[in-house]
Each structure stands twice: as C-alpha cells, then as structure tokens.
Design a protein around this ligand. Sequence first.
Ligand SMILES: Nc1ncnc2c1ncn2[C@@H]1O[C@H](COP(=O)(O)OP(=O)(O)O)[C@@H](O)[C@H]1O
Ligand SMILES: [Mg+2]
Length: 348
Amino acid sequence: MSLRVKLFLSNVILLFFPGIIIFLLARNWLGIYDNDIQTNLLVLIFIGILAILIIISGLLSFFISESILNPLKKLRIAANEIKNDNLDFTIEYGTKDEFYDVMKEFDEMRQKLKLSLDENLKYEEEKRHLIASITHDLKTPITVIQGYIEGILDNVANTPEKQKKYLTTIYKKTEDINKLVDDLFMISKLELNKISFNLTKIEITEYLREIIKEIESDLLFENIKIELDLPFNATIKIDKLETFRVIQNLIQNSIKYKSSDDVMIKIETRDSGNNVLVIFEDNGIGIEKENEQKIFESFFREDSSRKHGEGSGLGLSIAKKIIEAENGRIWARSREKGLAIYMSFEKI
Ligand SMILES: Nc1ncnc2c1ncn2[C@@H]1O[C@H](COP(=O)(O)OP(=O)(O)O)[C@@H](O)[C@H]1O
Ligand SMILES: [Mg+2]
C-alpha cells in the first residue's frame, strides 16, 4: 500500500467519528423521520458530510504526502546521480522541516565522497607520473653506461686515459643510480610509515652549530660561506639523524644551484609564537615564484636547474616528509636573488 493511500485511509478513519457526531446532532436537531422531506434532508446531510469528509481527507493526504514524497524524490534523484558517478550536483531544499537536516547531511556526504574521489584520482595520477619519472631517471644513466661499455668493448677507448675517462663516467652513473634507488627507498619507507623516528629534545642553536661544523668539514670548496645568525634559541624535539639529512640536502642544493662561484648560505633562527623558525637563505639561481610549493613534490625539478647538475628531485620531497613527521613545517620563498627555505618547529 502506498504512503498516499495509507494517509488517506488514516484521515478518513480519523474524521469518521466527528462526521458521525455531526450527523447525529443534525438528526436530533431535525427530529426523527417525521416526514419524507426530513428523511430526504437527512440523507442529503449524510451525503454532504461524507463528501466533505472525503474531500478534507483527500486534501490532507495530498499535502502531507507531498511534503514527505517531495524530499524523498529529491533524495532518490541524488542517490541515482551518485550511483552514476556524478558528484557535481547540489541538493536544493529550502523548507526548514525534519528533512532539512537529512538533505544537509546527504549533501555533506556527497562533498566528502567527491573529495576522496578527487584525492584518489590525484593519487593515481601522481603514481603514474612517479613510475614514468623513475623509469626515465633509471633508463638515462643505464643507457649512458651501456654506451660507454660498448665503447670499451669496441676498442673506441683505445688509450689508458680514454679508458679511465670512460670508467669514471660509468662509475659516476652507477653512483647516480645508487642515490636514486636510496632516495626512492627512503620515500617509500616514509610513505609506508616504516621509519621509526627517534625524537629527542635538542637546543636548536647548539644543534645547528654542531652539524654545520660537520658539514663544513666535508665541503672541499673554499668559496662556500655559511653564515650563522642564531639570535633565538629554543628547545625542540627532532630526530637528529633525519634532520641532518634534510639540512645536508638544503646545503647541497644551495651549492648545486649556485649563480656564481661565491656561494653564500645564511642560516637564521627566529621566534614565532609557539614555534621557532629556522631559515636557510642562499644567493643562488632561485626558483620561479609559482614553483614555491612544487619543489617539494617528488621528481619536480625546475627547467633552469637541470643544467646545474644531476638530481632526482626527491631531496625536498623527502625533507618535507621528515619535517612533517617531526610535527614541523617546511616551505620555500623565492627571493630576488636566491632561495629561502623556512622550517618551523614547535617549542617544547
Ligand atoms: N637552493 C636552491 N636554489 C634554486 N633551486 C632550488 C634550490 N633548492 C631546490 N631547488 C629546486 O627544487 C628542485 C627540487 O630539489 P630537490 O628535491 O632537492 O631535488 P634535486 O636536488 O635532486 O634537484 C630542484 O631541482 C631545483 O629546481
Ligand atoms: Mg636536492
């Protein structure tokens, strides 16, 4: 039995008793069956009451069922749209009744579904891009290695100097592959939460002085100047080893993407409410403003930076994952000359 019929019957039953009472009152008022005219009048009143009863029931049922069936119809249409993978619609329902909240929640569910679907699509797209980049970045050095080995086998490298040159190139390329595989391994471990971070409390200025000393001793170039400007100190919680990896990549980037032979790197600490900011600023080639976020994506390398040497484009993506695992944030700001990388850590 449909909702409309149910409502109609319930209304008829509800109105039946008042109808009978009115009929009985009318009968009393007229006196009983005195003559034919009165009998006929009574039948007429009975039919009239019955007709009014049916009309009122019909109208009541119609309006009540409409106010239920209309929103249900809207929900059915919306559910159908979702079933057909269309999530770009909005449910419009202005009446502030019990269905209003249902509609609102349904629409929120649609928005969430759309968001997760969009994220899934983005993730799939990133995965495809990642595989294409890995394939390309592995294929390039392998092709070079193959070419040089052929050169040796075909005796093109016919002097000890040439052979040494060929072998050095081969060695460098295997190093590139090794670094790429290491970085990829690190990325996938970070994404799968397979790295257990050993968070320890450190004093930021002391830590920076310590590791810069260590990094400086590894830098063979004489014209790299690292200036420490650490007026603000704070205790923070980080994984010393992983953060070292991040800072090492920042310094290597500043060296790799230099604009002249004099590399200047300034490291600064700044107070920022509940956080401490650590800023790495260099005088290198810098980046385009619109790439400030992109450089933290896996495999992203600015076109202009490609001629400045090899790189996988994974260093900053790893850095971002590490800093975020330490509850920190990392971002870039392009400067008129050079690049500034900001890191913010919660004060303990
Ligand atoms: N200090 C910098 N100066 C200019 N560009 C930079 C700097 N650091 C990073 N970049 C840009 O960001 C990209 C990503 O950096 P990164 O993830 O470390 O990869 P890679 O060092 O392998 O190129 C670089 O290819 C470069 O285009
Ligand atoms: Mg790098």
